[in-house]
Design a protein around this ligand. Structure first.
Ligand code: CO8
Length: 381
């Protein structure tokens, strides 16, 4: 068996970004309009008045200051509050494949490799824009990989680490020389921007990780070990899907269009419960994996954690290191990018690993809906 190494990573970031102040201004204008239009019903107790959002709450509760999105105008337009992503013909590349492709090209360029060196593409992300053909096969085609394969997989925010383990195993088993694991996330498309509890949480991005057989190149990161875990929970859920149109007994079975009313089947969560249950699950998982690998807290230079909440990450880091931990131990990109689901831990790794030296060790760790969690321990070559 030959080992797989992480040779490089790639990142694509949208041009447009929304600050908390811009987001809250738009949300509160929507709330004021809704309450004015429904004043009589609210007065009669038939409709519940909406409450405004606040910049202070968002920053304190989550650590998020801004988020990148593919379409800012559509999100901030209070009569729409959904990004505008025009439909493309089947002859054009789909948007998820397009942004994933850009991240792949960045990863290949950083490693000095070309698509001819790659055999497989795994798209590992929270929500695919269609059932089939797989986005991964479309990216494979756009890269020009003639003799290879691609497939999509979804383990919500943990998709990246589950994809990394799959790719590492396939390379070790001799099924591929190199594999691109791609995380294109257009979270703005499946977020209810009219929901005060979650309207600030997510952003858009795409990341890619190039894994390669260790004898085929130089540099990058040795994979010391990978581990995956899932435990069923309803606390983070998205029931949107192809069967939604079959659920109504008669009449209106049109697919949901723009507008995202409150009862659309979009992202929902019990944020407090997630916080309370996932912190111990993840910190125990990292510590257990460290014990198996013989890695002591002092041997660990950095944890690149899933980016959902700054307080959650610092608490996990404290438990892993057994001491106070800060941005040097557990870097944050959440302030600029918000939660980008599967891509979060990879962005943190991409932006905050160049300063580490040969022999330094760290762990890429994701966690999220499922529940699901994954750890990938790495050592700089
Ligand atoms: N502005 C002002 N006040 C607010 C707002 C707001 N926007 N929202 C809520 N409040 C109020 C509440 O009404 C409440 O008031 P009161 O105390 O009077 O009832 C108070 O603030 C506290 O509310 P919460 O208890 O909800 O606030 P928390 O401190 O728990 O913070 C968080 C909320 C930030 C959501 C926090 O709980 C958290 O981050 N939890 C962890 C969540 C997490 O990690 N989730 C993972 C999700 S990602 C995933 O796996 C799925 C990926 C799928 C991608 C989907 C793309 C769309």
């Amino acid at each position: 068996m030959t080992a797989a190494v992480i040779r490089s990573t790639g990142l694509w970031t949208p041009d447009e970004s929304i600050t908390n102040a811009e987001l809250v201004d738009s949300f509160n204008a929507y709330v004021a309009k809704f309450n004015a239009e429904n004043a009589a019903a609210i007065e009669a107790g038939e409709v519940e008045a909406l409450s405004p959002s606040s910049v202070e709450f968002i920053e304190k509760a989550s650590g998020i200051k801004s988020r990148y999105v593919v379409d800012k105008a559509g999100v901030l337009d209070i009569d729409r509050m959904v990004p505008f992503i025009p439909e493309r013909s089947n002859e054009e590349i789909s948007i998820l494949a397009e942004i994933g492709l850009k991240a792949c090209q960045d990863a290949l360029a950083r490693a000095g490799k070309t698509a001819a060196d790659v055999d497989g593409v795994i798209v590992a992300a929270s929500n695919m824009q269609r059932g089939y053909p797989a986005m991964a096969v479309e990216i494979q085609d756009a890269l020009g990989i003639e003799d290879g394969w691609g497939f999509d997989m979804n383990v919500a925010c943990s998709s990246a680490t589950f994809g990394l383990q799959s790719a590492a195993d396939q390379i070790a088993a001799g099924h591929a020389r190199a594999i691109l694991v791609v995380n294109p996330e257009i979270c703005s498309g499946h977020l209810n921007w009219r929901d005060r509890d979650s309207h600030f949480i997510f952003g858009d991005v795409a990341t890619a990780v190039l894994l390669e057989r260790d004898d085929l190149g130089e540099g990058g990161w040795k994979i010391l070990g990978t581990k995956l875990k899932t435990k069923f929970s309803n606390n983070i859920r998205n029931n949107f899907g192809f069967l939604n149109r079959t659920e109504k007994p008669t009449g209106d079975n049109k697919p949901i269009q723009n507008g995202a009313p409150k009862d659309d089947k979009l992202f929902v969560q019990e944020g407090r419960k997630v916080f309370k249950e996932v912190v111990p699950m993840v910190s125990e998982m990292i510590r257990g994996h460290m014990d198996e690998l013989g890695v002591e807290p002092d041997d660990l230079r950095r944890v690149w954690l899933h980016q959902a909440n700054i307080n959650m990450n610092l608490m996990i880091a404290r438990k892993v290191f057994g001491r106070e931990a800060g941005g040097e131990d557990a870097p944050t990109i959440l302030d600029e990018y918000a939660n980008t689901s599967s891509a979060g831990s990879i962005i943190a790794f991409h932006k905050h690993s160049d300063d580490l030296k040969s022999g330094d060790r760290g762990v890429i760790c994701s966690f999220g809906a499922g529940y699901s969690a994954g750890t990938v321990f790495v050592e700089k070559i």
